[in-house]
Structure formats: structure tokens, C-alpha cells
Design a protein around this ligand. Structure first.
Ligand SMILES: C[S@@+](CC[C@H](N)C(=O)[O-])C[C@H]1O[C@@H](n2cnc3c(N)ncnc32)[C@H](O)[C@@H]1O
Length: 275
């Protein structure tokens, strides 16, 4: 395995912070060394030093994104943290149902990873918003990782990610598909095209300028702030506040907190906020 010097680890941490807001503390050193070793094994670089010099001098955007992918974690699942989806069904969807025909409803899944979160929102809306076809409801899903976004666009998931869902949900929204891996074929499912059609997927670095003007009625920013330091979290959450509609709902991961940050969000319940 690659053994990074303190200086080299600092350089990696600097790149991660400057470009993507990721905070790499010493605790992450073993993980970084591990993942970097795998990346270098598959590449033509002869050492970590050579790779780092490349990144800091002549790296293309694509090279940088490969490095980002190496550092970031895409863990996700359908109906992750189900309390949020109960809240959406019980407190938010009734407001949509009371809205006039043609009303715009905008939902943003920021840091959507491979798409489970935005597709869960779409399936849930299809099931529980009785006047869905009368509304102009759109779900925006963004992430920085190219590999995660490719998977999200395809909407194909290994069976183990789908088999745990209720059978009626699986029957309604998923179709069996074989997944061709490098050396094997595994069973999987593709999410139904009617659900994919409700979600538009775009690449976005949360640290950059955003092209969207909002307002969003609902924003999901879950399980990504854990990778950011306090200042980055505060800046990000304040920007989210600006893009949220009055009375809009902001969901964060249940292991995350925005208490102590200088924002105007009002807490509704654990990991749920409003403006
Ligand atoms: C653990 S996943 C969370 C997925 C989903 N929100 C959930 O809760 O299941 C974290 C995601 O954040 C993304 N991410 C990390 N830093 C980012 C940044 N600066 N801009 C955009 N996405 C970022 C990663 O690519 C990854 O897909």
C-alpha cells in the first residue's frame, strides 16, 4: 500500500478542501492511502508523488473528477432515513394537493449520488400526491461524481438494493435487468421510465456558483455535510436558505446538524427545517 508522507497527505487535503470543500483530517489518512493505492495500481503513474505533481500542475477536469471519486463516498439507498419520507407524505404532500392546477413544485436532491434519493421522492410522490398529473412537479438531482451520475441516469441497481423494498413498490416501479459486470452477470432492476422522467440529473459542485435560481419547495441535502468543515457547512446552508421558498422544507442527514450555524432556518423536527 502507498505510504503517504505528512507533506503529501497535506497536499491531498488541500486539493480536496479547495476544490470540493471536503475536509480530510488525519483520521482519514488510512482510507486515503488505501484508495490511492487502488487508483495507482490501475494507472501508469509510478508513485504517489508523480500523481500528485500531475494533479497540481497539468490535471484536466476529468483527472480531477477521478481524484474526487477516489476521495468521496457514494453510500445511499432507497427510502434512506424513512422518517423524512413520512414527513414528506404527511406534512408536505397535502400542501401540494391543496395547490391550484398547474402549480409549479420544485424539489432538489443535492448530492444525489447514484439516484436512490431523487427516485424515492418521485416514487413517493407518484403514490401519495393524488393530483400529481395536475401539478408541474419537477425533481432536480445533482452531484459532482460522474460515475455516480452515470448510474443515476441509467437507473439500474443490484437486486440487493431493491429486494428489501416492499413487493408492491418493487412490482410497480422496477423492472428486472441483468447487470453485466467485468467478469460476471448479476441480477438487478431498472427503475421505471415514468419515474426517471420525473427527475432531471445534472452535474454540480456544491462549492461552485449554481445556475439555478429557485425557489425550491423542498431541498434534500443529506449525508454530505459530514464531509465539510463548519465554515463550509454554514456557507452552504445559507445558500440553500436563499434558494428555498418561504415555508419550504429543508432535509439534512440524521447524523448531521446545523445547530450552532449562523442561519435563519427554523427547526421543525430532527433533521427537518423550514424557512
Ligand atoms: C453519502 S452520499 C449521499 C447521498 C444521498 N444524499 C443520501 O443521503 O443517501 C454523498 C454524496 O455527496 C457528493 N458530494 C461530495 N462533495 C460534493 C460536492 N462538493 N459537490 C457535489 N457533490 C458532492 C458525493 O459525490 C456523494 O455522491
Amino acid at each position: 500500500m502507498v505510504a503517504l508522507t505528512s507533506k503529501q497527505f497535506e497536499r491531498i487535503a488541500e486539493i480536496a478542501m479547495e476544490n470540493w470543500g471536503l475536509e480530510l483530517t488525519e483520521k482519514k489518512r488510512a482510507l486515503v492511502q488505501n484508495r490511492l493505492s487502488t487508483l495507482l495500481d490501475k494507472s501508469d503513474y509510478k508513485s504517489a508523488e508523480q500523481y500528485l505533481t500531475h494533479l497540481q500542475s497539468e490535471a484536466s477536469e476529468e483527472d480531477m473528477l477521478v481524484f474526487f471519486d477516489m476521495l468521496s463516498t457514494n453510500t445511499t439507498s432507497f427510502f434512506r432515513e424513512p422518517d423524512h419520507f413520512d414527513h414528506l407524505r404527511d406534512e408536505v404532500f397535502p400542501k401540494f394537493e391543496a395547490a391550484r392546477r398547474g402549480t409549479k413544485v420544485r424539489i432538489w436532491s443535492a448530492a444525489c449520488s447514484i439516484g436512490c434519493e431523487p427516485y424515492t421522492i418521485a416514487m413517493h410522490a407518484k403514490r401519495h400526491v393524488s393530483n400529481l398529473k395536475d401539478l408541474d412537479l419537477k425533481i432536480l438531482a445533482t452531484d459532482l461524481s460522474n460515475s455516480a451520475l452515470d448510474k443515476a441516469r441509467l437507473g439500474v441497481y443490484p437486486a440487493k438494493m431493491v429486494d428489501c423494498l416492499k413487493p408492491d413498490l418493487r412490482a410497480e416501479f422496477f423492472e428486472p435487468r441483468q447487470i453485466q459486470n467485468r467478469r460476471s452477470i448479476e441480477p438487478g432492476y431498472q427503475i421505471h421510465h415514468s419515474i426517471r422522467a420525473m427527475v432531471s440529473i445534472h452535474q454540480l459542485n456544491l462549492m461552485d456558483k449554481w445556475p439555478m435560481r429557485g425557489p425550491f419547495d423542498v431541498i434534500f441535502l443529506r449525508n454530505v455535510m459530514i464531509y465539510f468543515n463548519r465554515d463550509t457547512r454554514e456557507r452552504l446552508v445559507r445558500r440553500m436558505y436563499d434558494l428555498l421558498a418561504p415555508d419550504g422544507v429543508f432535509y439534512i442527514g440524521s447524523a448531521e446538524s446545523i445547530s450552532g450555524l449562523n442561519t435563519k432556518f427554523r427547526s421543525v423536527r430532527s433533521a427537518v427545517y423550514t424557512k
